[in-house]
Design a protein. Sequence first.
Lengths: 369, 630
Amino acid sequence: MKFDRRLFFNFDWTLFFLILIISCIGLLNIYSAGYSLDNFRQETLYIKQAQWIIISLLLIGIIICIDYRFICRFAYVIYAVSILLLIVVALYGYATHGSQRWIAIGGFFFQPSELVKLTIIIALAKYFDAHMIERGYRLRELLIPFCIVLIPFLFILKQPDLGTALILIILFLSMAFFIGIEWKSLMLAFASGVLLVPISWLLLKDYQKERIMTFFDPENDPLGSGYHIIQSIIAIGSGGIFGKGYLKGTQTQLKFLPVQQTDFVFSVFAEEWGFLGGLILIIMFSVLILWCLKIALQSRDLLGMLISFGITMLIFWEVFINVGMVLGILPVVGIPMPFFSYGGSSMIVLMTAMGFLLNISMRRFILHP
Amino acid sequence: MHRQLNGHEPGNFRKKFKIAFAIVSIMLSLLIIRMWHLQVIRGDELTQRSENNSVRLRKIKPLRGLIMDTNGHVMVDNQPSFDIVFVPNRARNIHDVASKLKNLLAARDMALSMDIPSIGKKRWFPSVKLEKNISMEKLAIVETHATDLPGVTVEVVPIRKYLGGEMMAHIIGYTGEISQEELKKETSGDFSVGDIVGKDGLEKYLDQYLKGKSGAEQIEVNVLGKEIKVIGKIEPVSGYNVVLTIDSLLQKIAWDALKDKAGAVVVMDPRDGSVLALVSSPSFDPNLFNGGISFDDWEDLANDPSHPMGNRAISGQYPPGSTYKLFVAAAALEEGLITPDTSFTCNGSFELGNRKYKCWQKHGHGRVNLHRAIVESCDVYFYNLGKLIGVDKLAEYARGFGLGQFTGIDLPREKSGLIPTKQWKLSKFREAWQMGETISIAIGQGFDLVTPIQLVNAYSALANGGTLYKPRIVKRIETADGRVLKAFEPEQKASLPLSQKNIEILQYGLWGVVNENGGTGRALMRKEADVCGKTGTAQVVGLPDDERARKRKIISAKFRDHALFVCFAPYKNPEIAIVVIAENAGHGGSAAAPIARKIIDAYFERKNSIHKKSQPLVAVNQRSQAGVYR
């Protein structure tokens, strides 16, 4: 492929630096979350996270060099590979905390469920692009794209990883709404959704039910499953307007917060930086998300638009659900905060997704070859 | 084929982008509103809950460092204090619980000492101390009725145990909870409400070493606020130990000899400026401050006209009286105005203009040379010297001995004393210096003011051959396992502005005061004839800034002179220097010298019984010992 100078001039530096800044703040925050007043717990996760960021940046560099339309020719192959990885997890995966999510690749632990988030976006985009229906999709016509999501959904629910499974469904719904659903079908889907709730309740595991119950009344069981929410709310609230200062959060440093380097990183941040810090961070994420929406809007073709919209929704929903959960307005489901939570898989997948956005953004003026 | 977005299609999607934009903005704003709700509106409440939770974070107060005398005898220790605490948790009604507790105690004729603060309608408030340092009986009642008293727990916190009691009070000082003002001034962030800090004396001066570092512990509590288990713990770090130069044997003897009078005694090692004993009387019991001093006790102490809280040894400013004559003689000799043989005739008074200045000896001393004038403390001889030297030259020498300036001892609130000059009077009173005033200060009256520590330090410098040290009361700071963290070495401040010959002349003069016929310090004459000293009698009431105290004393006609005595021993190679000031006690030779004698006798008696090592601290304060577990 011939190098086009416009690719360089159209590189979206704003997006690039936004991601970089948010990731670096996240890194500082992970350092604080692992920083302990006592010496018997050694925490070096921030070093690993820094390595993940650097690896991710290299990945971005590779991805922007290849036209996204070329990559999308293999969308279903990539999707199939990710499903295969989920099967490997189900058969040979490593389990921690009662859920089997990881596979070991060359000494690293990788979480294919994170990868699936991106591959279903690409697969759905490819499908919707190829089957554009002007009047909007009917339910029957949505069956195939729904199956694209349902397969990984069931695998991930089995792990179990309720949060990620939920994200897949939400991504599907977001993209389906975007491409357009016929009005009658929409009503029907809504009605059956309402009916599905009690059924899915029966399918949930006990600890998942407990979490959702606790969400409605965390004080009911302050030492049991409500512990996470209460501790998180206390941590955030006690940060006040200006916060307790970097490395000075008592809830954090005394390890009151649960999984404070992954799901509850935002509590750490809000405790130490207060309302002002939290506000600035949320605004930065808002700018990021709206900027991504702008990229989607300006994409040259429907494929690019669908991919970038899907990725934007992935970031948006993860931020909203994670922060909402940490703030106690949503139930505790294990969804990491993009670019902020510790986790190599999540970081690499999201950065790759950003690579796609940069890729699409760069090529918005290039006409079809 | 890829679908191009030409013309008509984006419009359709643009509408959806608007919806997406709106949804994203609204939902992210929701997060911000929720953050505002938690951090701004409920911020204070949740801050308190972060310290006070169903899983509670409890600070563990560290043990303050021990304070030991020069021989390693512990003077300040720690002891447990049992405090009744109400921790608001599920049980929010503090008044119900408190009245229940009161009834339980009343049934055994006991009361709850603290009032219940009004909580109002607050949902959350920090834990409340209902009573500090409770007795064992009360502890038993609270523990046995634990289930009836939701939210009530007993916390064990370390408090100070001042083994030295009153005798050490002015050196050690005391501790208390950090005040609001202290918290505001504090910028390091190391302190929080309820922390114990040094309030006076070495507790204050060395607080940064003594205080240690708080630990913390996570405790799971049940609905009654009772602890279920400790989840996590960070051990507190004890403060560093402090070793003093104080010798508790001498300290005790000095205190026992002085405690019935008002005044001060300082014992110093003239070889390096170490303070071996420092007492100020009347004193107070620092153990009263443990667990918070009661209002009545505080009122009594603060309003006592005899100022038991003031450290007279370093902040009591007294006219030096005849002890000042040493410095006058030094100035005259060194300036070459007189030789040791220069004589003046004393017929009982000295005339200047039309005023007569009396000698304490009504009938006069006759013709006296310098040595005899020192021995007999002849006022007329020194009136003559004062007239020869002049006030400014005299001030120069007095300052050369360290008078009129801070000695720099490691204790808070030292006073500088006062050595007047012509310039000083002009700027202070806008009046010219009168020759008559020089005559007065030549015998240590008038404007001259010295502190006991300055006086003993000046005499120590003469005793050791001319080196003025910074008085040292802290020898070293050690870690708990005995490693030296910081050693306070002897510090030479200056050399006396005197030739060796003149120093010896003056030393011999002071020897004569004690050991020659007609000497004013004969009370110190031991069979070894090894003590040198100088008596003094000062005619102004001590702590002169307190007008009320002065008036009261004059009205009650109890006004008497202050007795002063400064000495060192042995004559050759002195090891010990002492100043004694007894307020309103009369003459230095009769009232102050016997106190010095007791200390000197004890010092040499112990030194001579070489086999025995230094004697242990015999009597500790009875009240403090009884207070451990009442």
